[in-house]
Design a protein around this ligand. Structure first.
Ligand code: WT7
Length: 635
């Protein structure tokens, strides 16, 4: 018997030991007893850290949509699979049952096929949080197409670079989206993005806001009439466990975003198993994750993990502040949410508005609260615990990454005693290690170092689309035989982990992973700019905000600096999206550099954080004198 559902702390330890002692046997049992396969694997796991090659459930055949939909039809056909809560609270919520989901996914899949999409083709999806987003994702998986969802807050430049990088044949979008009191012209952004994307053959358009958009002949089609005519029968393509399921882009410390590739079998097993245990999901629970499906959290814990368990998963189209800051709690009360999973930045933003927005609502249905995306600070943790959980609902602080596919370090609610700001213990099968800078593993407790994982887990990303070398270099070259996360962490006296933050040039702003390089590239496009460096600094709502140091070509640049700041932020919005805008821009005559010409971000970070007393040794710099001048000019 496998240990699919862990209910006690002692059981966690027992199962954890088993999963580490014999990972292959452990995952084989889980895979065998809880999923539907068309053909069994010949080998549970093969791996080679040097080549960065990992295979789980080799040669097995399956279709993930049969596991997420078809197999529930007999027992849960009339149960709500997706519960759609629209942006406008006066519009009716939509309950999509497993039967209806099956029909809608099959129809959508048939439309994709009619449009020439075949197994292995890449489809980019640029949609707001409406049912068609989840349905199109599943429709791709149904026919073996690889989906690449692009968060609908990204700019046209970001869309076109992703579309070209993954060689997509099709884009699925909508005329526009609702966001609080605003509408956003998504189709216009796509049109601009597709000016220079030779691979795109067609664009399917969902009508969401009834705005008469431009439709390009021979390329753009409204999807609804096609769905109306499509057959509701679509056999699931038989896929290999190691075939790609999706590509999802994430920022790196340098260069362009990395298209992380996740494959089907291991991803399915791990996201389903973590979902069940981390949220202690039970049959009648209503589960709500507030993330957007454009991020990995939405892929794994709105779509695949919940549906693989036959759960009811809520999709919310709107924002936490519309029509007022009580919206989240209004939804919790209205749909009797059992598990609520959100990001620290949302908690901090809501806490700032005061407890009266929470107190108005009946939150007694809540059983488990989750946090993800960045370290949760002590104050936010307690606010969440007291005002939302009424000190009755355990908080699961879940640490993981786009690359890990699923939750890696987390408490198991009602089992693991929680500790504010600690993600606590590794999930089943996860073997963390803390490393020092010389490459030595720090054993024992009360140590702090760089967080690595020293054994493969089923849902790890398998490569970077089109660039396996970069995958190897980024994650497997820092330490031998280990996956390097890019995060720092400490282990306390009982072995609990606390994530201390990125140790590279990735900055987490409001839970969004931003690389400094693309932002700097955008700034440097400005004709007046010579050079720039971005660092993060602490921000009470966003966690981190961005601070840009910019040098101008013409030192005596007479133009108004506030106008320049606006122009720079507009460039960033155009090239990446509003999430990457800078909170502070300081014009400086030079940037501190090492003798080899590398910008010393460490120093810039200290200045941005107003910790100039902790600058450390600056004497080895090429130009130590600029440090003082930057400090003197901080406004
Ligand atoms: C980075 C990954 C995993 C889904 C959302 C973000 C940070 C994530 C936590 C947490 C502290 C966290 C890390 C990680 N992070 N969760 N619970 N505590 N930090 O996915 O965009 O790939 O970002 O987010 O720095 O490396 P992502």
């Amino acid at each position: 018997m496998s240990n699919y559902h862990i209910k006690q702390f002692e059981e966690y330890f027992q199962v954890y030991r088993k999963s580490v002692r014999n990972p292959e046997q452990f995952w084989e049992e889980i895979a065998e007893e809880h999923f539907t396969w068309k053909k069994r694997w010949s080998n549970v796991l093969s791996y080679d850290f040097k080549k960065a090659e990992f295979k789980w459930f080799e040669d097995a055949k399956l279709n993930i949509t049969e596991n997420c939909i078809d197999r529930h039809l007999h027992t849960r056909g009339d149960k709500t699979a997706l519960l759609f809560e629209p942006n406008n609270p006066n519009d009716e919520a939509e309950h999509i049952t497993y039967k209806q989901l099956h029909e809608r996914v099959c129809k959508f899949a048939n439309v994709l096929k009619d449009k020439g999409i075949k197994k292995g083709d890449v489809v980019c999806i640029y949609l707001p949080m409406i049912p068609e987003l989840a349905i199109s994702v599943l429709a791709c998986a149904r026919i073996g197409a690889i989906h690449s969802v692009i968060f609908a807050g990204f700019s046209s430049t970001a869309v076109s670079s992703r579309v070209n990088d993954c060689n997509a044949k099709m884009v699925i979008t909508s005329d526009g989206s609702y966001r609080g009191s605003k509408t956003i012209d998504l189709k216009g952004i796509v049109d601009e993005a597709l000016n220079d994307t030779p691979g795109i053959e067609s664009v399917l358009v969902v009508n969401r806001i009834n705005s008469g958009v431009y439709m390009k002949e021979d390329r753009d089609v409204w999807i609804q009439p096609l769905l109306d005519d499509a057959s509701a029968v679509c056999n699931a393509e038989i896929m290999d466990a190691e075939d790609p399921l999706f590509i999802l882009y994430t920022s790196g410390s340098t260069g362009k975003p990395k298209g992380m590739v996740h494959t089907i079998g291991g991803y399915m097993v791990y996201t389903a198993y973590t979902f069940k245990n981390v949220f202690q999901y039970r049959e009648d629970d209503i589960y709500w994750c507030t993330a957007d499906i454009g991020w990995i959290t939405g892929h794994s814990y709105i779509v695949y993990g919940p549906l693989a368990n036959g759960a009811t998963s809520v999709m919310f189209e709107g924002v936490p502040s519309y029509p007022d800051y009580g919206r989240f709690w209004d939804i919790v009360e209205k749909h009797k949410i059992s598990q609520f999973y959100t990001a620290p930045t949302a908690i901090r933003a809501l806490a700032k508005q005061g407890a009266e927005f929470v107190e108005k609502y009946d939150l007694s249905s809540l059983k488990v609260l989750g946090s993800v995306g960045e370290p949760i600070n002590e104050e936010a943790w307690h606010w969440y615990d007291e005002n939302v959980g009424k000190k009755k609902s355990p908080i699961v602080d879940t640490w993981w990454q786009t690359e890990t596919g699923g939750i890696m370090i987390t408490p198991i609610p009602f089992s693991t005693p929680t500790k504010p700001t600690y993600a606590t213990l590794p999930f089943i099968g996860v073997q963390p290690a803390l490393m020092d800078e010389s490459g030595k593993e720090l054993k024992g407790n009360q140590v702090e170092g760089r967080l690595c994982i020293k054994f493969p887990w089923p849902s790890m990303a398998r490569t970077i689309w089109g660039n396996h070398q970069r995958y190897k270099d980024t994650y497997f070259s820092a330490y031998d035989n280990m996956y390097f996360t890019g995060d720092g962490a400490l282990r306390d006296e009982v072995g609990y982990y606390r994530i201390t933050g990125r140790v590279d040039d990735v900055i987490i702003v409001s839970g969004h992973n931003l690389g400094t390089a693309p932002i700097e590239d955008a700034i440097n496009e400005h004709p007046a700019v010579s050079e720039s460096a971005i660092v993060g600094f602490p921000h009470d709502v966003k966690g981190n905000a961005l601070y840009g140091y910019v040098t101008l070509k013409d030192v005596g640049e007479s133009r108004n600096h506030d106008n320049l700041r606006m122009e720079i932020n507009q460039l960033i919005t155009d090239r990446i999206g509003p999430i990457a805008k800078l909170d502070k821009i300081q014009f400086t005559e030079a940037l501190p550099k090492t003798r080899s010409g590398k910008i010393m971000r460490r120093i810039l970070r200290k200045i941005a954080a107003n910790e100039v007393d902790q600058l450390g040794d600056t004497s080895t710099l090429l130009n130590p004198e600029v440090v003082q001048s930057i400090i003197d000019n901080v406004k």
